[in-house]
Design a protein around this ligand. Structure first.
Ligand SMILES: Cc1cc2nc3c(=O)[nH]c(=O)nc-3n(C[C@H](O)[C@H](O)[C@H](O)COP(=O)(O)OP(=O)(O)OC[C@H]3O[C@@H](n4cnc5c(N)ncnc54)[C@H](O)[C@@H]3O)c2cc1C
Length: 360
């Protein structure tokens, strides 16, 4: 375990933004994490959890609690399934849409590297919440255990990826999550199964809970190692063409109803921002939406906000707010995917309003 005091979050957060944090604790195993959390929970001390912060914006004023970062590389393959109840993994509808026209670059099209592996023998794999996604994908591919390759190129930890129910092309993380071990607000460890996590597109019940994910059990399959490795490489290459100085996609893609309301050819918010709101290149300080992509070049996702220098959280907020407000003016309430920490509730609640969590 490592403890850092009085740090600036912009020195250690993914997007290099954020003010002071009094205590930043790095837990390097599940045991350390559980012990640290129990101390906080049982003594009523305020804390928040963080993985790689690849999906988190810290305010310029920092945070008014200690931060506990979850780090680990512990993975266990082939758990005894008789110790767990049977779980049927329910597929959540994703909002990825294959889209191809002559006027829009193939940057929106991801059909070429999708395939299904449903034949192989099932295998249960346990990973600590702090295991990095890139690490577990390589680890499993090397052993011919397939499924998670759809998420290649996405930065972050497996714990946060369950909380966010991340999406990679046609797959949601929940397609592979059997159960999670959590530490609840009483300091107790509990096993919570797939069907209790209320997974939707970009959502799990854990987002509205004070529980911390300690380990994740994945239900995966043995499969074609070379094919999975090839697909992982291609997914990672596609991701690599998108700006890293960002927090990934800012808004959830449109619901079917929103897409139909605007009569759009795709549910992509990137398309909405670029072609309807005309906000490509919109900039406040050093925070900006990517410029319009010149014809013939790889399409840069406009549902991404970049820090191109010394951007601040207030600038980032201003760009999010501009897009959100312009969409609202045409009757579309967008939902923000990025977690904003250290902001007052009244400033950010519209971005996450419950009615926006429309899962159809
Ligand atoms: C370049 C780039 C590309 C991306 N591409 C994609 C993509 O294709 N698809 C996609 O879905 N996302 C994408 N993202 C977003 C991001 O990678 C994922 O959301 C990832 O899961 C974030 O992991 P993290 O560890 O960095 O989460 P963090 O930002 O550290 O945490 C996210 C939230 O989860 C909470 N949390 C973290 N760990 C735990 C835990 N153990 N228990 C309980 N709560 C916890 C945090 O408090 C926070 O609220 C991208 C981001 C970037 C920067």
């Amino acid at each position: 375990m490592q403890i850092y005091e009085n740090i600036l979050l912009k020195d250690c957060s993914w997007i290099k933004i954020g003010g002071p944090c009094k205590k930043f604790i790095v837990s390097e195993s599940s045991d350390e994490l559980v012990n640290t959390l129990r101390d906080y929970v049982l003594n009523g001390k305020a804390f928040d959890i963080i993985g790689w912060s690849a999906n988190t914006l810290f305010a310029d004023n920092g945070v008014d609690c200690d931060l506990i970062q979850v780090k680990s590389k512990n993975i266990q393959v082939g758990l005894d399934r008789s110790l767990y109840r049977d779980v049927k993994l329910k597929r959540v509808e994703t909002r990825h849409q294959v889209f191809r026209t002559s006027t829009i670059s193939s940057g929106y099209d991801i059909s070429d590297i999708e395939y299904d592996e449903t034949e192989g023998e099932e295998i249960l794999v346990k990973a600590d919440a702090g295991v990095p996604l890139p690490y577990i994908i390589n680890f499993l591919n090397d052993r011919g255990i397939v499924g998670l390759h759809y998420f290649a190129g996405i930065p972050g930890t497996v714990g946060a990826s369950v909380v966010n129910n991340i999406h990679g092309g046609p797959k949601n993380f929940s397609d592979y999550v059997h159960s999670v071990e959590i530490l609840d607000q009483n300091g107790d460890i509990r096993l919570v199964y797939h069907d209790e996590l209320d997974f939707h597109y970009g959502y799990s019940k854990l987002q509205h809970s004070k529980s911390v994910v300690i380990t994740v059990n994945f239900l995966l399959r043995l499969g074609d190692k070379n094919r999975a490795q090839r697909a992982a490489t291609m997914w990672a290459q596609k991701k690599a063409s998108q700006p890293k100085n960002s927090l990934g996609s800012v808004f959830l893609n449109l619901t079917k109803a929103q897409q139909e309301k605007l009569g759009l050819p795709t549910n992509s918010v990137a398309y909405l921002i670029e072609h309807v709101l005309n906000l490509s290149g919109y900039r406040v300080g050093d925070i900006m939406v990517p410029e319009k992509t010149p014809p013939g070049q790889v399409q840069i996702n406009k549902n991404i906000i970049m820090n191109v220098g010394n951007g601040t959280a207030e600038d980032y907020y201003a760009v999010v707010d501009k897009i959100w407000t312009e969409a609202d003016k045409i009757g579309i309430r967008l939902t923000v995917e990025v977690h904003m920490k250290g902001f007052t509730e009244d400033r950010i609640k519209k971005f996450y309003a419950d009615e926006n969590v429309d899962v159809t």
